[in-house]
Design a protein around this ligand. Structure first.
Ligand SMILES: N=C(N)NC[C@@H](O)CC(=O)C(=O)O
Length: 376
Protein backbone atom coordinates (compact mmCIF):
# COMPACT_ATOMS: atom_id res chain seq x y z
CA UNK A 1 0.00 0.00 0.00
CA UNK A 2 1.29 3.45 -0.85
CA UNK A 3 1.41 6.43 1.52
CA UNK A 4 -1.56 7.93 -0.33
CA UNK A 5 -3.55 4.76 0.38
CA UNK A 6 -2.73 5.21 4.05
CA UNK A 7 -3.81 8.84 3.89
CA UNK A 8 -7.44 7.97 3.03
CA UNK A 9 -9.43 9.57 5.82
CA UNK A 10 -12.44 7.32 6.19
CA UNK A 11 -14.13 4.16 4.93
CA UNK A 12 -16.34 6.03 2.47
CA UNK A 13 -13.24 7.44 0.74
CA UNK A 14 -12.09 3.84 0.20
CA UNK A 15 -15.58 3.17 -1.17
CA UNK A 16 -15.35 6.09 -3.59
CA UNK A 17 -12.27 4.46 -5.14
CA UNK A 18 -14.38 1.38 -5.93
CA UNK A 19 -17.49 3.20 -7.11
CA UNK A 20 -16.74 3.24 -10.86
CA UNK A 21 -15.31 -0.23 -11.08
CA UNK A 22 -17.33 -3.32 -12.01
CA UNK A 23 -15.59 -5.36 -9.28
CA UNK A 24 -16.69 -3.09 -6.44
CA UNK A 25 -17.17 -5.16 -3.28
CA UNK A 26 -16.35 -2.28 -0.95
CA UNK A 27 -19.56 -0.49 0.06
CA UNK A 28 -22.50 -2.07 1.84
CA UNK A 29 -25.03 -0.71 -0.63
CA UNK A 30 -27.20 -3.17 -2.57
CA UNK A 31 -25.76 -3.74 -6.07
CA UNK A 32 -27.15 -7.16 -6.97
CA UNK A 33 -29.42 -7.43 -10.02
CA UNK A 34 -33.11 -6.61 -9.73
CA UNK A 35 -35.33 -9.68 -9.36
CA UNK A 36 -38.17 -10.06 -11.90
CA UNK A 37 -40.65 -8.81 -9.27
CA UNK A 38 -38.49 -5.75 -8.56
CA UNK A 39 -37.97 -5.10 -12.28
CA UNK A 40 -41.75 -5.06 -12.60
CA UNK A 41 -41.91 -2.28 -10.00
CA UNK A 42 -39.40 -0.24 -12.01
CA UNK A 43 -41.75 -0.60 -15.00
CA UNK A 44 -44.53 0.73 -12.73
CA UNK A 45 -42.66 3.95 -11.87
CA UNK A 46 -44.60 6.17 -14.30
CA UNK A 47 -47.87 4.96 -12.76
CA UNK A 48 -46.41 5.39 -9.26
CA UNK A 49 -45.46 8.94 -10.24
CA UNK A 50 -49.03 9.71 -11.35
CA UNK A 51 -50.43 8.12 -8.18
CA UNK A 52 -48.01 10.06 -5.96
CA UNK A 53 -49.08 13.34 -7.57
CA UNK A 54 -52.71 12.70 -6.72
CA UNK A 55 -52.32 11.85 -3.04
CA UNK A 56 -51.41 13.96 0.04
CA UNK A 57 -47.75 13.28 0.83
CA UNK A 58 -48.55 12.25 4.43
CA UNK A 59 -50.76 9.45 3.05
CA UNK A 60 -48.00 8.22 0.72
CA UNK A 61 -45.50 8.50 3.59
CA UNK A 62 -47.63 6.54 6.08
CA UNK A 63 -48.29 3.79 3.54
CA UNK A 64 -44.55 3.54 2.85
CA UNK A 65 -43.35 3.29 6.44
CA UNK A 66 -46.18 0.94 7.40
CA UNK A 67 -45.27 -1.46 4.57
CA UNK A 68 -41.53 -1.34 5.32
CA UNK A 69 -41.78 -1.54 9.12
CA UNK A 70 -44.36 -4.35 9.10
CA UNK A 71 -42.26 -6.31 6.59
CA UNK A 72 -39.48 -6.33 9.20
CA UNK A 73 -41.71 -7.09 12.20
CA UNK A 74 -41.90 -3.53 13.55
CA UNK A 75 -45.49 -2.74 14.54
CA UNK A 76 -45.33 -0.63 17.69
CA UNK A 77 -43.33 2.21 16.09
CA UNK A 78 -46.37 4.50 15.97
CA UNK A 79 -47.57 3.78 19.52
CA UNK A 80 -47.65 6.49 22.17
CA UNK A 81 -47.54 9.21 19.46
CA UNK A 82 -43.89 8.65 18.60
CA UNK A 83 -42.53 10.73 15.71
CA UNK A 84 -41.46 9.45 12.27
CA UNK A 85 -39.31 11.78 10.12
CA UNK A 86 -38.48 10.74 6.54
CA UNK A 87 -34.95 11.65 5.37
CA UNK A 88 -33.04 11.30 2.09
CA UNK A 89 -30.76 8.68 3.69
CA UNK A 90 -29.92 7.21 7.07
CA UNK A 91 -26.78 9.38 7.19
CA UNK A 92 -28.93 12.51 6.82
CA UNK A 93 -31.07 11.15 9.67
CA UNK A 94 -27.84 10.54 11.62
CA UNK A 95 -26.66 14.13 11.10
CA UNK A 96 -30.03 15.52 12.26
CA UNK A 97 -29.90 13.20 15.30
CA UNK A 98 -26.31 14.26 16.15
CA UNK A 99 -27.03 17.99 15.88
CA UNK A 100 -30.10 17.54 18.09
CA UNK A 101 -28.25 15.45 20.67
CA UNK A 102 -25.42 17.97 20.92
CA UNK A 103 -27.91 20.57 22.18
CA UNK A 104 -28.60 18.49 25.31
CA UNK A 105 -25.39 16.56 26.10
CA UNK A 106 -21.64 16.54 25.44
CA UNK A 107 -21.05 12.78 25.46
CA UNK A 108 -22.30 9.50 24.00
CA UNK A 109 -21.48 5.82 24.50
CA UNK A 110 -21.09 4.20 21.05
CA UNK A 111 -20.77 0.55 20.02
CA UNK A 112 -17.23 -0.42 19.00
CA UNK A 113 -16.38 -1.32 16.26
CA UNK A 114 -18.90 0.18 13.85
CA UNK A 115 -19.04 2.03 10.51
CA UNK A 116 -16.89 5.14 10.90
CA UNK A 117 -19.33 7.73 9.52
CA UNK A 118 -21.24 7.31 12.79
CA UNK A 119 -18.40 8.36 15.15
CA UNK A 120 -17.28 10.92 12.56
CA UNK A 121 -20.73 12.56 12.47
CA UNK A 122 -20.93 12.49 16.29
CA UNK A 123 -17.43 13.98 16.71
CA UNK A 124 -18.36 16.54 14.04
CA UNK A 125 -20.92 18.09 16.40
CA UNK A 126 -18.43 18.07 19.26
CA UNK A 127 -19.59 15.03 21.22
CA UNK A 128 -17.14 13.06 23.39
CA UNK A 129 -17.32 9.33 22.51
CA UNK A 130 -17.09 6.46 24.99
CA UNK A 131 -16.60 3.03 23.31
CA UNK A 132 -19.05 0.23 24.15
CA UNK A 133 -17.44 -3.11 23.25
CA UNK A 134 -19.67 -5.82 21.76
CA UNK A 135 -18.83 -8.32 24.53
CA UNK A 136 -20.31 -6.33 27.44
CA UNK A 137 -23.14 -5.12 25.17
CA UNK A 138 -24.25 -8.58 24.05
CA UNK A 139 -23.16 -10.87 26.85
CA UNK A 140 -21.60 -9.06 29.79
CA UNK A 141 -22.60 -6.06 31.88
CA UNK A 142 -22.42 -2.42 30.91
CA UNK A 143 -20.57 -0.17 33.37
CA UNK A 144 -23.40 1.76 35.10
CA UNK A 145 -21.18 4.67 36.15
CA UNK A 146 -19.92 5.06 32.58
CA UNK A 147 -23.48 4.90 31.27
CA UNK A 148 -24.62 7.45 33.85
CA UNK A 149 -21.84 9.77 32.68
CA UNK A 150 -23.16 10.05 29.07
CA UNK A 151 -26.33 11.53 27.58
CA UNK A 152 -26.97 8.66 25.15
CA UNK A 153 -26.00 5.10 24.32
CA UNK A 154 -25.90 4.33 20.57
CA UNK A 155 -26.04 0.76 19.25
CA UNK A 156 -25.85 -0.38 15.63
CA UNK A 157 -27.85 -3.63 15.38
CA UNK A 158 -27.20 -5.75 13.35
CA UNK A 159 -23.74 -4.22 13.72
CA UNK A 160 -21.59 -3.26 10.76
CA UNK A 161 -19.24 -5.04 9.99
CA UNK A 162 -19.73 -7.80 12.61
CA UNK A 163 -23.40 -8.63 11.95
CA UNK A 164 -24.05 -9.04 15.69
CA UNK A 165 -27.72 -8.58 16.60
CA UNK A 166 -28.94 -7.22 19.95
CA UNK A 167 -31.33 -9.89 21.24
CA UNK A 168 -34.78 -9.03 22.52
CA UNK A 169 -33.68 -9.89 26.04
CA UNK A 170 -30.55 -7.73 25.86
CA UNK A 171 -32.48 -4.83 24.33
CA UNK A 172 -35.03 -5.04 27.16
CA UNK A 173 -32.24 -5.04 29.78
CA UNK A 174 -30.44 -2.11 28.13
CA UNK A 175 -33.69 -0.15 27.75
CA UNK A 176 -34.55 -0.74 31.42
CA UNK A 177 -31.10 0.53 32.46
CA UNK A 178 -31.50 3.60 30.22
CA UNK A 179 -34.94 4.26 31.73
CA UNK A 180 -33.51 3.95 35.26
CA UNK A 181 -30.55 6.25 34.57
CA UNK A 182 -32.52 8.53 32.21
CA UNK A 183 -30.04 8.00 29.36
CA UNK A 184 -31.34 8.21 25.78
CA UNK A 185 -31.19 4.90 23.87
CA UNK A 186 -30.54 5.16 20.12
CA UNK A 187 -30.43 2.30 17.58
CA UNK A 188 -29.14 2.27 13.99
CA UNK A 189 -30.91 -0.70 12.38
CA UNK A 190 -29.70 -0.21 8.78
CA UNK A 191 -28.83 -3.90 8.31
CA UNK A 192 -32.01 -5.19 10.01
CA UNK A 193 -33.56 -6.53 6.79
CA UNK A 194 -30.95 -9.27 6.38
CA UNK A 195 -31.32 -11.02 9.74
CA UNK A 196 -34.62 -12.46 10.98
CA UNK A 197 -33.10 -12.35 14.50
CA UNK A 198 -33.56 -8.57 14.18
CA UNK A 199 -37.26 -8.81 13.27
CA UNK A 200 -38.75 -8.93 16.78
CA UNK A 201 -40.72 -5.73 17.48
CA UNK A 202 -37.98 -3.45 18.87
CA UNK A 203 -40.51 -0.64 19.38
CA UNK A 204 -42.71 -2.80 21.60
CA UNK A 205 -39.64 -3.50 23.79
CA UNK A 206 -38.59 0.17 23.83
CA UNK A 207 -42.09 1.43 24.63
CA UNK A 208 -42.55 -1.15 27.39
CA UNK A 209 -39.32 0.01 29.08
CA UNK A 210 -40.34 3.66 29.40
CA UNK A 211 -36.88 4.81 28.25
CA UNK A 212 -36.40 7.78 25.90
CA UNK A 213 -35.46 6.35 22.50
CA UNK A 214 -34.51 7.17 18.89
CA UNK A 215 -34.22 4.65 16.05
CA UNK A 216 -32.68 5.20 12.61
CA UNK A 217 -34.02 2.83 9.93
CA UNK A 218 -32.56 2.58 6.40
CA UNK A 219 -34.15 1.17 3.23
CA UNK A 220 -30.90 1.71 1.30
CA UNK A 221 -29.01 -1.50 2.12
CA UNK A 222 -31.62 -4.04 0.98
CA UNK A 223 -32.58 -3.39 -2.62
CA UNK A 224 -30.64 -2.18 -5.75
CA UNK A 225 -32.59 1.07 -6.15
CA UNK A 226 -29.80 3.31 -7.53
CA UNK A 227 -29.48 5.18 -4.19
CA UNK A 228 -33.21 5.98 -4.18
CA UNK A 229 -33.89 5.31 -0.50
CA UNK A 230 -35.35 6.58 2.74
CA UNK A 231 -33.72 6.96 6.16
CA UNK A 232 -36.42 7.04 8.83
CA UNK A 233 -35.66 8.94 12.05
CA UNK A 234 -38.13 7.54 14.62
CA UNK A 235 -38.30 8.89 18.18
CA UNK A 236 -40.35 8.45 21.32
CA UNK A 237 -42.72 11.31 22.16
CA UNK A 238 -40.64 12.24 25.22
CA UNK A 239 -37.19 11.81 23.61
CA UNK A 240 -36.37 15.36 24.66
CA UNK A 241 -34.47 16.31 21.47
CA UNK A 242 -35.22 19.14 18.98
CA UNK A 243 -35.36 16.61 16.13
CA UNK A 244 -38.26 18.23 14.23
CA UNK A 245 -36.64 21.63 14.56
CA UNK A 246 -33.24 20.48 13.25
CA UNK A 247 -35.02 18.40 10.57
CA UNK A 248 -36.68 21.62 9.36
CA UNK A 249 -33.21 23.20 9.00
CA UNK A 250 -32.21 20.40 6.60
CA UNK A 251 -35.32 19.51 4.56
CA UNK A 252 -39.06 19.98 4.10
CA UNK A 253 -39.71 16.38 3.04
CA UNK A 254 -38.66 13.52 0.77
CA UNK A 255 -39.93 12.45 -2.65
CA UNK A 256 -43.34 10.76 -2.61
CA UNK A 257 -42.16 8.79 -5.65
CA UNK A 258 -39.30 7.28 -3.63
CA UNK A 259 -41.71 6.61 -0.75
CA UNK A 260 -44.09 4.83 -3.16
CA UNK A 261 -41.23 2.80 -4.63
CA UNK A 262 -40.15 1.74 -1.10
CA UNK A 263 -43.76 0.71 -0.37
CA UNK A 264 -43.87 -1.45 -3.54
CA UNK A 265 -40.45 -3.05 -2.86
CA UNK A 266 -41.65 -3.80 0.70
CA UNK A 267 -44.85 -5.41 -0.64
CA UNK A 268 -42.81 -7.50 -3.11
CA UNK A 269 -40.49 -8.52 -0.25
CA UNK A 270 -43.44 -9.49 1.96
CA UNK A 271 -44.71 -11.67 -0.92
CA UNK A 272 -41.56 -13.84 -0.88
CA UNK A 273 -38.89 -11.41 -2.04
CA UNK A 274 -37.25 -11.09 1.39
CA UNK A 275 -36.82 -14.85 1.72
CA UNK A 276 -35.33 -14.92 -1.80
CA UNK A 277 -32.92 -12.12 -0.82
CA UNK A 278 -31.80 -14.03 2.29
CA UNK A 279 -31.15 -17.13 0.17
CA UNK A 280 -29.23 -15.03 -2.38
CA UNK A 281 -26.96 -13.45 0.27
CA UNK A 282 -26.46 -16.85 1.96
CA UNK A 283 -25.41 -18.30 -1.42
CA UNK A 284 -22.83 -15.55 -1.96
CA UNK A 285 -21.59 -15.99 1.61
CA UNK A 286 -21.22 -19.77 1.14
CA UNK A 287 -19.34 -19.23 -2.15
CA UNK A 288 -16.86 -16.85 -0.49
CA UNK A 289 -16.38 -19.01 2.61
CA UNK A 290 -15.95 -22.17 0.53
CA UNK A 291 -13.25 -20.58 -1.60
CA UNK A 292 -11.32 -19.29 1.44
CA UNK A 293 -11.55 -22.51 3.44
CA UNK A 294 -8.16 -24.10 4.02
CA UNK A 295 -6.12 -21.00 3.14
CA UNK A 296 -3.35 -20.55 5.72
CA UNK A 297 -4.10 -17.96 8.42
CA UNK A 298 -7.43 -16.94 6.88
CA UNK A 299 -10.51 -16.99 9.12
CA UNK A 300 -14.13 -15.88 8.89
CA UNK A 301 -14.49 -13.63 11.93
CA UNK A 302 -18.29 -13.58 12.28
CA UNK A 303 -19.55 -17.11 11.51
CA UNK A 304 -23.13 -16.29 12.59
CA UNK A 305 -23.47 -13.05 10.62
CA UNK A 306 -26.39 -12.77 8.19
CA UNK A 307 -25.56 -9.17 7.16
CA UNK A 308 -24.77 -8.39 3.50
CA UNK A 309 -21.07 -8.07 4.35
CA UNK A 310 -18.41 -10.59 5.46
CA UNK A 311 -15.34 -9.83 7.58
CA UNK A 312 -12.17 -11.87 6.97
CA UNK A 313 -9.20 -12.22 9.34
CA UNK A 314 -5.98 -12.21 7.27
CA UNK A 315 -3.66 -13.47 10.03
CA UNK A 316 -0.35 -11.57 9.99
CA UNK A 317 -1.02 -10.08 6.55
CA UNK A 318 -1.66 -6.32 6.43
CA UNK A 319 -5.25 -5.68 5.30
CA UNK A 320 -4.07 -2.52 3.58
CA UNK A 321 -1.48 -4.51 1.58
CA UNK A 322 -4.06 -7.15 0.58
CA UNK A 323 -6.51 -4.35 -0.30
CA UNK A 324 -3.81 -2.70 -2.48
CA UNK A 325 -2.92 -5.99 -4.20
CA UNK A 326 -6.62 -6.49 -5.05
CA UNK A 327 -6.92 -2.85 -6.16
CA UNK A 328 -3.99 -3.43 -8.54
CA UNK A 329 -6.22 -6.08 -10.16
CA UNK A 330 -9.15 -3.59 -10.19
CA UNK A 331 -10.93 -5.58 -7.49
CA UNK A 332 -12.14 -3.59 -4.47
CA UNK A 333 -12.77 -4.71 -0.88
CA UNK A 334 -12.73 -2.62 2.32
CA UNK A 335 -9.88 -2.64 4.91
CA UNK A 336 -11.39 -2.71 8.40
CA UNK A 337 -9.03 -0.40 10.29
CA UNK A 338 -11.44 2.57 10.36
CA UNK A 339 -14.33 0.53 11.81
CA UNK A 340 -12.23 0.38 14.98
CA UNK A 341 -12.75 4.08 15.66
CA UNK A 342 -11.32 3.96 19.21
CA UNK A 343 -8.35 1.60 18.53
CA UNK A 344 -7.70 1.50 14.75
CA UNK A 345 -4.83 -1.00 14.92
CA UNK A 346 -7.35 -3.69 15.88
CA UNK A 347 -8.54 -3.60 12.26
CA UNK A 348 -5.10 -3.78 10.65
CA UNK A 349 -5.46 -7.44 9.67
CA UNK A 350 -9.10 -7.72 8.56
CA UNK A 351 -10.93 -7.02 5.32
CA UNK A 352 -14.69 -6.61 4.65
CA UNK A 353 -16.31 -8.04 1.50
CA UNK A 354 -19.73 -6.87 0.29
CA UNK A 355 -22.14 -9.74 -0.49
CA UNK A 356 -25.05 -7.76 -2.03
CA UNK A 357 -23.46 -8.16 -5.45
CA UNK A 358 -24.09 -10.34 -8.53
CA UNK A 359 -22.85 -13.87 -7.80
CA UNK A 360 -20.35 -13.60 -10.68
CA UNK A 361 -18.87 -10.49 -9.04
CA UNK A 362 -18.37 -12.35 -5.77
CA UNK A 363 -16.79 -15.21 -7.74
CA UNK A 364 -14.35 -12.82 -9.44
CA UNK A 365 -13.35 -11.27 -6.10
CA UNK A 366 -12.96 -14.71 -4.56
CA UNK A 367 -10.61 -15.81 -7.35
CA UNK A 368 -8.48 -12.66 -7.05
CA UNK A 369 -8.44 -12.84 -3.24
CA UNK A 370 -7.32 -16.47 -3.25
CA UNK A 371 -4.43 -15.65 -5.60
CA UNK A 372 -3.37 -12.64 -3.48
CA UNK A 373 -3.56 -14.63 -0.25
CA UNK A 374 -1.63 -17.58 -1.68
CA UNK A 375 1.09 -15.17 -2.84
CA UNK A 376 1.41 -13.41 0.51
N1 LIG B 1 -22.75 8.48 4.39
C1 LIG B 1 -21.92 7.49 4.08
N2 LIG B 1 -20.65 7.55 4.38
N3 LIG B 1 -22.41 6.46 3.40
C2 LIG B 1 -21.64 5.25 3.18
C3 LIG B 1 -22.32 4.14 3.94
O1 LIG B 1 -23.68 4.02 3.56
C4 LIG B 1 -21.63 2.83 3.58
C5 LIG B 1 -21.95 1.78 4.57
O2 LIG B 1 -22.73 1.93 5.47
C6 LIG B 1 -21.23 0.51 4.41
O3 LIG B 1 -20.42 0.40 3.46
O4 LIG B 1 -21.44 -0.40 5.25
Amino acid sequence: ATSSDRSLGNLTQFEYLALNNPLNLADGHARQELTPGQAGIIDELPALWADSVKRPVEEVEAAAHRAYFELLGQRDYRAADSQVLSCYSSSVAMEIFARSLATVTDSIMLVHPTFDNIPDILRGVGLRLVPLEEEPLHAGTIDREQLRSVGCVFVTTPNNPTGRVLSQQRLAELAALCAELDVLLTLDTSFRGFDPAAHYDHYAVLNASGCRWVVIEDTGKLWPTLELKIGWLVSSAHAGLPLARIYSDILLGVSPLVLSMVRRFSEDAAGGGLADLHRFIAGNRAQLRGALAGLPEVRIIDPDSKASVERIDLGKRSALDVWAALRDQNVFALPCQKFHWARPDEGDHSLRIALARPTATVAALTKALRSVLLDS
